[in-house]
Design a protein around this ligand. Structure first.
Ligand code: PMT
Length: 402
């Protein structure tokens, strides 16, 4: 926690007393804490408590701009290494999920690019309310991190899930996040994602159903773990990920060129792209006219980029993907050997919830020594996190000796 800038956003709920204890513990551990309170929070506890505990001004009003050199909510958003909303009420979660920024807390969150953690606290029925759960799901998809409430006796007398985590547990979780953000410590990782498109004529192409979601999730997670990430991507509908060098390509040939250009600089390479195996021998200059009932399109093999990487890899760590529909493990192991990989991650794309163009995946990571790790049905974001944790343990810890 030492010297970390932590912005604590306090909403109106009976659990505000835990936010006061949290402030005190964070300061004791060397963090710089600034506090924003909503109007409702001030009905439970006064700003003075947080001011004394944090030794900083407490922010309550977007329009109280006493310092002409600063715009408070923007400056606070930039100042914070991490922002935590605790306790977070159903109301504030709903506002953020729906883009409402009508007070000091929500305008600051709107302006924040660093990680935001939300620690909900409310009655169990409110917490289970479908609207609240939908808002939480929405925010999770947008990379807000949730510290789930615990179960137990609630202030209203009900029993269930809705208690704000204890300050010690919040600090433990925060420490994990800070530690994780150093896992890859600037190490250079090259990741490929998405499909390639192989042109037939000016208006047609051959491609596949890859959405890029798996590759982008890996790139985003690697960046979150502190890696210096270059992402080579085929055409996708995904927004460019934050803090990642993005190189857009279209065809397998263009991906090969981009991979070669970035090969030397990167020591860890993950090939999750679905590269076309074949491409038309010629691209027609003009639109092909419809003539006979059938037509033959002549294709040639593309370069197997992963194989080229395996042949040239020297001390690099090479992780391939395999999309299979049958003999899944057998084919994946064959690719691992043939393409000289360190690891292969295989997904059986015939399974529901796995593979192309869905938000989830089911995968097995196979190491060169034959050991396997099975990942059950997980969101691609969670799978990416688990894969990166494995790579941190198996690859990064001995990286510097390579
Ligand atoms: O993008 P999503 O919708 O999220 O879907 C994710 C995914 C299903 C695309 C992903 O999880 C996945 O399995 N990616 C690899 C798809 C694939 O092309 O598998 P393959 O078994 O055909 O190829 C094996 C490996 O060789 C892959 O690492 C591939 O990038 C590589 N390859 C293939 C052909 C080629 N010409 N060059 C290559 O480098």
């Amino acid at each position: 926690m030492l010297n970390k800038n932590i912005l604590l956003c306090v909403c109106g709920g009976v659990a505000v007393f835990k936010a006061a204890a949290l402030t005190s513990k964070l300061v004791q551990q060397g963090a710089n804490v600034k506090v924003i309170m909503t109007n409702s929070a001030m009905k439970f506890i006064t700003p003075l408590t947080f001011q004394v505990l944090s030794r900083n001004e407490v922010y309550v009003d977007t329009f109280n701009e006493s310092n002409p050199e600063a715009v408070q909510h923007i400056d606070l958003a930039k100042w914070a290494d991490i922002t935590i909303i605790a306790p977070a009420t159903a109301n504030v979660i709903g506002k953020i999920a729906n883009g409402i920024a009508d007070d000091m807390l929500t305008t600051t969150i709107m302006a924040t690019v660093n990680p935001v953690i939300i620690a909900p606290a409310m009655n169990v029925n409110m917490y289970n309310n479908k609207i609240v759960q939908e808002n939480i799901d929405r925010l999770k998809k947008l990379d807000y991190i949730f510290f789930e409430p615990s179960e137990g006796l609630l202030a209203c007398g009900d029993i269930g899930k809705g208690r704000l985590l204890e300050p010690e547990d919040i600090i433990k979780n925060l420490n994990n996040i800070f530690n994780e953000s150093n896992y890859f410590n600037g190490k250079k990782i090259l990741i490929t994602a998405g499909p390639t498109i192989e042109k037939i004529d000016p208006v047609r192409f051959i491609s596949n159903f890859s959405s890029g979601k798996m590759g982008y999730a890996l790139a985003e997670q690697a960046a979150r773990f502190g890696a210096d990430v270059t992402l080579i991507s085929g055409p996708t509908k995904l927004p460019p990920p934050k803090g990642i060098r993005l190189i857009n390509i279209n065809s397998a040939e263009e991906m090969f060129e981009a991979v070669k250009e970035n090969f030397e600089l990167n020591k860890i390479i993950i090939k999750s792209a679905a590269v076309a195996d074949y491409t038309p021998i010629t691209i027609e200059d003009n639109k092909i006219k419809k003539k006979s009932n059938d037509m033959i399109l002549k294709l040639k093999k593309t370069t197997d980029i992963l194989k080229w990487l395996g042949d040239n890899k020297s001390d690099k760590v090479l992780i391939g993907f395999a999309a299979e529909t049958n003999n899944v493990l057998e084919y994946a192991q064959d690719k691992l050997q043939r393409k000289n990989l360190d690891y292969i991650i295989v997904n059986d794309v015939s399974k529901e919830g796995a593979g192309f163009n869905v938000d989830t995946n089911i995968a097995t990571l196979i190491s060169r020594d034959g050991t396997k790790i099975d990942f059950p049905l997980l969101s691609k974001k969670d799978l990416a996190k688990q894969i990166m944790e494995v790579l941190y343990e198996k690859v990064v810890k001995d990286y510097d000796t390579r």
